[in-house]
Design a protein around this ligand. Structure first.
Ligand code: GLC
Ligand code: GLC
Length: 817
C-alpha cells in the first residue's frame, strides 16, 4: 500500500493523505539553521546544535506521535469554524490534502470548506531563518472573511534543560513585541547574545506570546481559545511558556488569493551591542531589521526559493545516472544524495527518533558519512575532517563524540571504541580520492583540542594506525575496547545493574576480548594509508603499513575463520563469538563484509564461501539480518546486543548500515546480480508499495528494518540519520554502477545484473564532466577491459585525472566479462 508517490521531475515526494503510518519528515536548512518538518507541519528548529540552541519546543514520544510544530489555523469568521491547513493539530477532515517534501523545502497544501491553502516552508541559503510562505484562496462563490493564526512554542534554548528544569524555567521566559514582531529573549538579559524572532508580513489584528493565554486553561493546540474565539489577547509572556502567535484578518473575494509570509529566525548581536539604548534591557534590533525586512517581501522570498532549487539542482548534478531501474535512478539522483546531506549535517543528533539532546557528532559516524557527502561540498567535508581530527587523542584513539557548537570532544562518553581511529583514515582517503587535495595531509591539527599540540594530519593518520598495533589481544587480533562498530557488542561491560550504560560501563580490564571486525577494518585502512604514504614519497612507511596488514590477514585466517564464515570476535574468556560452536549468534554480518572489503579471502575462495553463508543464514526478503540465531536471552558477557528482543536493532535486526558491506563484497567477487538484489531489498523506493509493512518514509533509508525473528518483520524504524545513507550511496554509485573515485582518477568498474543492457552516468570530478556510457550487449555482470575516451581507445579501466576543460569528456565502457 502506498501513501503517496514520487514526483521525480520536481525531485519531490508527494504524500496524499495526512495519516501516514508514522510521521514522514523532511529537513529544512543545510548549513547552520535547521528544521525538522513532518507531513503535517510538526517538528522544530534549531541553530547549529539541536541540544544547545533549540529555537522551538518539541515533545518527543507524544500521543499522537507527532505533536508540536509550525502550526497555522484558519478560522471562518462567519461561522466560527476553524481548522489547520496542515491537518495537525486540529485534525479536521480536509477535502484535499497534499504534502510535497522537496530538496530543503516542504509544501503542504489543502482545501477545507472551499478555502484552499498552501504553505511552503524553507530556509534561504546563507541565512539563519526559516520562511513560511502562506497562500490562501477562496474557492467559494461568496466572499470569505477569515482569521489566520500562526503558532509556535519557543524552547528556552538548551533542550535538555528545557525539558527538565521547570523550577527555574517557569520563571525565566521573556519576550518583546515591537511592530508586530515577536522576539523571544529568554536569558538575553544575562549571558546569551542571541534571540529568536517571529515576524509576519501583514498587519496584525493581534498576537499572543504566553502559551497558556493563547491555548486557554486545560486546552491544547487542537483547540486554542484564541482561535476558537477569533481574537488574540496580546499577551506578554513573563515566565511560563513563551509562545509566538500572530493573528491576521483576511477578506477574500471569490477566486481571490492572498499571501502572508512568516519569518522565524535566529539572530546574534555583538556582546557589547546587545541593548538599545545601551543602558536598557531592550534588544538592539538594528542588525536584525534588514534581514527581516528582506524576507517579509514576497519577491525576495520567491527569489530565495528559486535559488535554493538551483543550489540543489547543481549539487545533485554532480552524479546523475540513467539506468534501467527506476529505484536506482531516483535514489542515486535525488533522495539518497539528499539524505547524505542530512546525515552529514545532523550526524545522529536530531530526527524524529533522535531527540537532539542525546548525541553529538559521532567520530566513526561522521567519518563514514563523508563517503556519501564528500563529492557534494568538498570544502565542508574538509572542515569536518579537520574538526574530527582535532578531537583525536594523543594515543591515536578518539573522543567518541563531539558537540557541533563547541567542536569539543564529549567527556561523558570518552573514548576506547577501538574501531574509531580507523574511520578517520577511511574518511580522509575518500576525501583525497574525490578531490586530489593532497595538501590537507600537511594541515596542522590539534590533539584533544589542545593548543600547542598541533601535528600534520598525516601524523594523526599514522597514530590511528598505530593505535591498534599497541592494543592487540591474545590471538594477535585487535582488542575491542568498549565496542567496535557494533555499539552493542560490549565484551568488557558485564553489567548486571539496571540502567547502567553498556557503552561506558567497563568491569573488565579489556586485555582479552578481541574483534575480528576491527582486524578487517585495520587492513582496509592500512592499505589506504600505504597508498597515501607512497604518494607522499614515504616508501618505508608504506611498506610497514602493508607488512602489518599482511600480518593481520594471517591472524584472521588463523583465528578468524570458522570454516564457512569469519568469526565475529573473542569474548573476555577467550571464546569465539559468531562461531558454529556458539549456541546463539553463530554468524554475524559485520566481519563477512569488512574482511572481504579489506581483501581477505578473495584469492582462496573464503570470501565466496562466507558470502554463501550470509545468503544462506542471514538474507531475508527485507534485507540481511545482523546475526543468527538471535539472542533469546540476556548474556552478561555480550552486553547490549542481547538486551534487545530478537529481531530488533543489533539483535538480529536488519541493521541496514552494514548491508552495503555485503553488497560491496558481492561486487568484489563479481556477483552483480546478487549485489543488486540485496541493494533492492533495502532500497526504500523499491519498498514503497509495502508502505503498510515498511511504515517509514519511502524516500530515505532507515537505520533498521525488523528482522525475521521479530513479529513485525519488514517494519522500518529510525529513519533518516543512519550510516546506511552514505554506505548505500557509496555502494550504488561506486561499486554497482562502479564509477569509482580513486587517488589517480576515475575507475570504471560496473558490477551489474546481467539483464541490464547498459546505463549512462554523468559525473563531475575534479573540474571535469564525464559522460560515461556503459554497454552490456553480452549480458555480463562485470568486466571493463578497455575504454573509449572521446572516441579513442585506452587500455585498462582507469581514467587518469586531467586538467579541467570546458566540454565534457565522453567515455564508452564495454562489459566484456
Ligand atoms: C548506530 C551508531 C553507530 C553504530 C551503529 C551500530 O548507528 O550511530 O555508531 O556503529 O549504531 O551499533
Ligand atoms: C547504537 C545502537 C543503539 C544504542 C547506541 C548506544 O547506536 O543502535 O541501539 O542506543 O548504540 O547504545
Amino acid at each position: 500500500m502506498r501513501f503517496g508517490h514520487f514526483d521525480d521531475d520536481q525531485r519531490e515526494y508527494v504524500i496524499n493523505q495526512p495519516e501516514t503510518p508514522l510521521p514522514w519528515i523532511n529537513y529544512l536548512g543545510c548549513e547552520a539553521y535547521f528544521g525538522l518538518i513532518s507531513n503535517t507541519g510538526g517538528g522544530y528548529s534549531f541553530y547549529r546544535d539541536a541540544r544547545l540552541r533549540r529555537l522551538t519546543r518539541y515533545r518527543y514520544n507524544h500521543a499522537p506521535f507527532d505533536f508540536g510544530g509550525r502550526y497555522l489555523y484558519i478560522r471562518d469568521n462567519a461561522t466560527g469554524e476553524f481548522w489547520s491547513p496542515s491537518w495537525q493539530p486540529t485534525r479536521t477532515k480536509l477535502e484535499k490534502y497534499e504534502c510535497r517534501h522537496g530538496m530543503g523545502y516542504t509544501i503542504i497544501g489543502s482545501t477545507c470548506k472551499k478555502i484552499e491553502a498552501q504553505t511552503c516552508y524553507f530556509v534561504p541559503l546563507g541565512e539563519t531563518l526559516e520562511i513560511w510562505k502562506f497562500r490562501v484562496t477562496n474557492r467559494r462563490k461568496k466572499p470569505a472573511k477569515l482569521s489566520v493564526f500562526s503558532s509556535i512554542e519557543f524552547c528556552l534554548w538548551d533542550a535538555q534543560d528545557d525539558a527538565t528544569n521547570f523550577q527555574r524555567n517557569f520563571s525565566t521566559g521573556q519576550v518583546e513585541v515591537v511592530d508586530g514582531v515577536i522576539y523571544h529573549k529568554t536569558e538575553y538579559r544575562e549571558r546569551r547574545n542571541h534571540f529568536a524572532y517571529f515576524a509576519c508580513s501583514n498587519k496584525l489584528a493581534g498576537f499572543d506570546t504566553q502559551r497558556d493565554t493563547f491555548l486557554g486553561a486545560y486546552r491544547s493546540w487542537d483547540n486554542p481559545v484564541a482561535v476558537e474565539q477569533g481574537k488574540s489577547f496580546n499577551s506578554i509572556a513573563h515566565g511560563w511558556a513563551p509562545h509566538g502567535s500572530h493573528h491576521v484578518k483576511v477578506t477574500l473575494k471569490p477566486g481571490e488569493t492572498k499571501e502572508i509570509n512568516f519569518v522565524l529566525g535566529y539572530h546574534e548581536n555583538p556582546t557589547d551591542q546587545k541593548f538599545d539604548p545601551p543602558d536598557s534591557q531592550t534588544i538592539n534590533k538594528q542588525t536584525v531589521k534588514p534581514v527581516m525586512a528582506k524576507y517579509l517581501d514576497g519577491q525576495n522570498v520567491t527569489a530565495a526559493f528559486e535559488k535554493l532549487r538551483r543550489y540543489w539542482g547543481n549539487l545533485l548534478g554532480i552524479y546523475q545516472v540513467r539506468s534501467p531501474d527506476i529505484h536506482v535512478n531516483r535514489m542515486v539522483n535525488i533522495w539518497n544524495a539528499y539524505q547524505c546531506m542530512a546525515t552529514f549535517n545532523m550526524s545522529r543528533s536530531a530526527s524524529f527518533y533522535e531527540s537532539g539532546i542525546g548525541r553529538g557528532l559521532g567520530f566513526r559516524d561522521s567519518n563514514q558519512d563523508l563517503l556519501g557527502f564528500v563529492h557534494m561540498v568538498p570544502s565542508r567535508a574538509r572542515e569536518r575532517i579537520l574538526d574530527l581530527t582535532a578531537t583525536q587523542l594523543q594515543t591515536g584513539g578518539a573522543f567518541h563524540q563531539y558537540q557541533p557548537l563547541t567542536k569539543r570532544g564529549n567527556h561523558d562518553l570518552g573514548s576506547n571504541f577501538n574501531d574509531d581511529p580507523h574511520w578517520l583514515i577511511i574518511g580522509v582517503s575518500a576525501y583525497l580520492k574525490e578531490t586530489g587535495d593532497w595538501g590537507i595531509l600537511d594541515e596542522k591539527v590539534q590533539f584533544e583540542n589542545e593548543a600547542g599540540s598541533e601535528q600534520p594530519l598525516y601524523e594523526h593518520l599514522r597514530r590511528s594506525f598505530q593505535y591498534t598495533l599497541e592494543r592487540l589481544g591474545p590471538h594477535g587480533l585487535p582488542l575491542i575496547g568498549r565496542a567496535d562498530w557494533n555499539d552493542c557488542l560490549n565484551l568488557n561491560c558485564f553489567s548486571n545493574t539496571p540502567g547502567q550504560s553498556f557503552q561506558t560501563t567497563t568491569n573488565k580490564d579489556g586485555k582479552v576480548a578481541e574483534s575480528v571486525f576491527i582486524a578487517g577494518l585495520f587492513i582496509l585502512a592500512a592499505k589506504e594509508l600505504a597508498k597515501i604514504a607512497a604518494r607522499r614519497g614515504l616508501k618505508k612507511d608504506a611498506d610497514r603499513y602493508l607488512a602489518e596488514a599482511d600480518k593481520m590477514e594471517q591472524v584472521i585466517l588463523r583465528h578468524g575463520w570458522d570454516g564457512a564464515w569469519f568469526v565475529r570476535a573473542y569474548d573476555d574468556f577467550g571464546r569465539p563469538v559468531g562461531s558454529k560452536i556458539c549456541e546463539e549468534g553463530k554468524i554475524f554480518i559485520e566481519p563477512q563484509g569488512m574482511c572481504i572489503m579489506a581483501g581477505v579471502g578473495l584469492k582462496d575462495g573464503k570470501a565466496r564461501r562466507a558470502l554463501a553463508s550470509v545468503n544462506q543464514y542471514l538474507a531475508t526478503k527485507h534485507g540481511i539480518v545482523l546475526q543468527q540465531p538471535a539472542f533469546s536471552k540476556y548474556y552478561v558477557h555480550l552486553g547490549e546486543i542481547s538486551s534487545y528482543p530478537p529481531g530488533y536493532k543489533e539483535n538480529a535486526g536488519i541493521f541496514c548500515h552494514n548491508n552495503p558491506w555485503i553488497i560491496i563484497a558481492e561486487t568484489m567477487t563479481g556477483n552483480g546480480g546478487r549485489a543488486f538484489d540485496y541493494y533492492t531489498r533495502i532500497n526504500p523506493s523499491a519498498r514503497e508499495n509495502i508502505g503498510e509493512i515498511h511504515r517509514c518514509e519511502p524516500y530515505v533509508f532507515a537505520q533498521m528494518v525488523a528482522g525475521k525473528d521479530a513479529p513485525t518483520h519488514g517494519e522500518a524504524k529510525n529513519s533518516w540519520l543512519t550510516g546506511t545513507a552514505a554506505w548505500t550511496y557509496f555502494t550504488a554509485t561506486q561499486w554497482i554502477l562502479g564509477i569509482r573515485a580513486e587517488y589517480e582518477g576515475l575507475r570504471m568498474d560496473p558490477v551489474i545484473p546481467a539483464r541490464w543492457k547498459g546505463f549512462t552516468v554523468t559525473r563531475r570530478f575534479r573540474g571535469n564532466t564525464y559522460i560515461v556510457e556503459v554497454k552490456n550487449p553480452k549480458a555480463k555482470q562485470r568486466g571493463v577491459k578497455r575504454l573509449r575516451v572521446d572516441g579513442k581507445e585506452i587500455a585498462g579501466n582507469l581514467l587518469p585525472a586531467c586538467p579541467p576543460r570546458s566540454d565534457p569528456i565522453r567515455v564508452e565502457a564495454l562489459l566484456e566479462g
